[in-house]
Ligand binder design. Structure first.
Ligand code: ADP
Length: 479
């Protein structure tokens, strides 16, 4: 049989419900039982005390009457004692007994008491100085009683004491009723606490357990599941955070998979070309034209491969925080010119033209020339790559203001959709899957320019072309 929720939780050594029961429920239970017990004892002793005081007050009245008659008419004293017992008006509640020689001589009930009269109260009254004796306790019959005895003066016509005794059965019944009511109320309180506590613990434990199940699935790489948010409290907030985390992980996971597949594809394309051409050259060792053409392709593809591997390495260094610049005083035009030169021939072969507009000179800047050349290569490579044959690429360098150098690379290529533009510099983002590329080139370029204190801005219109603007601050060398 399937165990119930309660059984499952209690069976776990460290379950929240178990802790709640031990730390909370049991403590309240013990406090309530303690209150009940002490309440019952206090209540019973209060009622018993009241009964004893009442009987005592009645005995005082009787003592007053008798002592008056003792001093007024000593001869009639024994008759007075007898009359007091016979005419006792409270016989229903309190039994009055006139005692002589340890026995009941006359009783208000008219019957001889069915027990030994040698009780504590009588002994104390006869022996003690005050002349009073008290007893509260059980008779041999099991009945609880309160008894007060009063010693009579000597020469009382055979009487030695008066004794009053009242049964506590009514009080016992009353107190038992009150205690029962208190037990019922306490039980109801415990049931209420158990129900609300159980509900409370459940409202935490159940979602936490489902969170744990979900986290287990995420750990296994299944990011498709989401947690249903049921409450608007801290647990609900936790659900939101975990759902958001799962969403981000899912996005990152799919980006990573896409990246791996596109990088593998990127690596495979030049490798296929290199393999194909090397096989061809091997097959035609004497064909000069084939060898020249093949070697050219092999060189271009090898360059592309090493450029990509460098880009990947730079990217990985950036991710690890190990990417650093080696700044020095440098001529930016030299690096830009070299990058333009690398692509001019390639663009021409692909039927595209590159125009380069450079000023006579630009101020020297402090920067890492290899990294900046790499940025220019990347931006011009993109412009060539995303421009169809017949298109034009223009590279313009100049001063944006007296402190900033500006380089614009404009193409008449495919352009970028407005929706993609804001994410275009994000790593792995590659909206156009038909062209080669890993989707990290711009991210790396942006990082390098940012490290130089500059900016990379991209303006684009889909189908018309793109302009990438690099702005670099001039840091004048003072030394
Ligand atoms: P990739 O290696 O894919 O070119 P990049 O980070 O250099 O990666 O560029 C990211 C994306 O930005 C490209 O996939 C492409 O969609 C877009 N992009 C970059 N430059 C241009 C451009 N000049 N014209 C059109 N799209 C571009």
């Amino acid at each position: 049989m399937k165990p119930t929720f309660l059984q499952t939780l209690i069976s776990k050594r460290n379950s929240t419900l178990r802790r709640w029961i031990i730390n909370n429920f049991l403590v309240i239970f013990v406090i309530l039982v303690g209150l009940l017990l002490s309440g019952a004892i206090l209540l019973r002793s209060y009622y018993y005390d009241s009964a004893r005081q009442y009987v005592n007050s009645r005995m005082n009245t009787v003592a007053g009457l008798l002592s008056r008659s003792y001093s007024d008419a000593r001869d009639n004293y024994s008759t007075e004692v007898r009359n007091t017992v016979v005419n006792w008006t409270e016989a229903g509640r309190i039994e009055l007994i006139a005692v002589g020689q340890g026995n009941a001589v006359i009783t208000s009930s008219g019957f001889a008491p069915g027990y030994d009269l040698n009780t504590k109260d009588l002994r104390d009254a006869l022996a003690g100085q005050t002349g009073y004796g008290y007893f509260t306790g059980k008779l041999p019959s099991g009945e609880n009683v309160v008894a007060v005895s009063l010693r009579l003066p000597e020469n009382s016509g055979g009487f030695e004491a008066m004794r009053m005794m009242s049964s506590l059965s009514d009080i016992d019944r009353q107190v038992d009723g009150i205690i029962l009511a208190m037990i019922i109320v306490s039980a109801c309180i415990m049931i209420l606490i158990a129900a609300s506590g159980g509900y409370f613990v459940r409202s935490i434990v159940v979602p936490v357990k489902s969170l744990a199940v979900m986290a287990g699935r995420y750990a296994k790489g299944d990011f498709s599941v989401r947690i249903a948010k049921k409450t608007d409290d801290e647990i609900g907030e936790l659900c939101d955070v975990i759902n958001k985390m799962a969403e981000d992980l899912q996005t990152a996971d799919s980006i990573k998979n896409e990246f791996i597949s596109s990088v593998s594809h990127e690596l495979r394309t030049p490798l296929t070309a290199i393999k194909g051409w090397s096989e061809t050259i091997e097959s035609f060792p004497d064909d000069r034209e084939t060898i020249t053409k093949g070697m050219h392709v092999i060189r271009i593809e090898t360059e592309r491969l090493s450029q990509m591997v460098e880009e990947l390495l730079d990217f990985s260094r950036m991710q690890n925080g190990k990417f650093s610049l080696q700044p020095a005083k440098m001529d930016i035009l030299a690096e830009l010119g070299e990058a333009v030169l690398i692509y001019t021939e390639r663009a021409r072969q692909e039927g595209k033209t590159i125009t380069y507009e450079e000023p006579d000179m630009l101020p020297f800047i402090v920067g890492d020339k290899n990294r900046l050349r790499q940025v220019f290569i990347n931006i011009i490579d993109n412009a060539v790559k995303y421009t169809d044959p017949g298109g034009e690429i223009s590279v313009v360098a100049g001063m944006a203001d007296d402190k900033t150098i500006e380089i614009d690379v404009t193409d008449t290529g495919v352009g970028i959709a407005p929706a993609d533009l804001p994410r275009i510099k994000t790593k792995f983002f590659k909206p156009n899957h038909t062209r080669r590329g890993s989707g990290i080139g711009l991210a790396v370029a942006d990082e390098i320019i940012t490290m130089h204190g500059g900016t990379v801005d991209i303006k684009s219109e889909l189908g018309k072309g793109t302009t990438v603007t690099v702005k670099l601050p001039i840091i004048y060398l003072t030394k």
